[in-house]
Design a protein around this ligand. Structure first.
Ligand code: GLN
Length: 197
């Protein structure tokens, strides 16, 4: 299998590295490649969308002619996508007033509403060990100017919470994470993602 990492902005190399390590750990044959062009996108079986700046990533996806094709493949072909932080924001159907103000075009694939920068600014970034549904022991979660998932509906289900807020959700072939599972050595969420492919 070939896993694409949207490579236009954000923590791209960390994502490529985490996917490559997860493939190796699980013994699945495959590779991780950065996706910057339509020809890259056409070659991949699944995608991750990194953290970074959601408005910038969104604009670049449109400019590079990737945006509509990502939506089409996720909806028509059930291509698996995992979005972390900024990527999670882009997967949401609703990202509140901040997305409206910046006219951020959302991929809008997951039945969830998110609040950008819900935990404050860069210096309020934090880490926490959280219970994740399906994992036996807590997962070490890194939050960097993270969004919160305010609510889910339809087929989207919460999978982890920090205090009273949802920070991980799954809807069929799609995973949205407010934190960064690609940072740090624990690849259990990546393995879960690879099982969808
Ligand atoms: N706060 C950023 C945004 O709104 C996301 C931060 C991140 O991806 N680490 O796009």
């Amino acid at each position: 299998m070939r896993i694409g990492v949207i490579g236009v902005q954000g923590d791209v190399s960390e994502h490529v590295d985490a996917v490559a390590r997860a493939l190796k750990e699980t013994g699945k044959a495959g590779e991780a490649i950065a996706v910057r062009r339509r020809t890259d996108l056409d070659r991949v079986d699944a995608l991750t969308i990194p953290g970074g700046e959601s408005t910038t990533i969104s604009k670049l996806l449109v400019q590079l002619d990737l945006f509509d094709e990502i939506v089409r493949r996720a909806s028509d072909e059930a291509m698996p996508i995992m979005g972390t932080c900024a990527g999670c924001i882009l997967l949401a159907k609703d990202a509140g007033v901040q997305a409206d103000k910046t006219r951020t075009k959302l991929l809008g694939l997951m039945d969830m509403a998110v609040d950008r920068n819900a935990f404050g600014r860069q210096r309020e970034s934090f880490e926490a060990d959280l219970q994740v549904e399906g994992l036996e022991t807590p997962f070490h979660c890194v939050f960097i100017r993270a969004p919160a998932i305010l609510r889910t509906w339809g087929e989207c289900a919460p999978k982890s919470r920090y205090q009273d807020r949802i920070v991980l959700a799954r809807q069929k072939n799609l995973i949205g994470s407010a934190f960064h599972p690609e940072l740090g050595g624990d690849l259990r969420i990546h393995r879960w993602f690879l099982d969808l492919v």
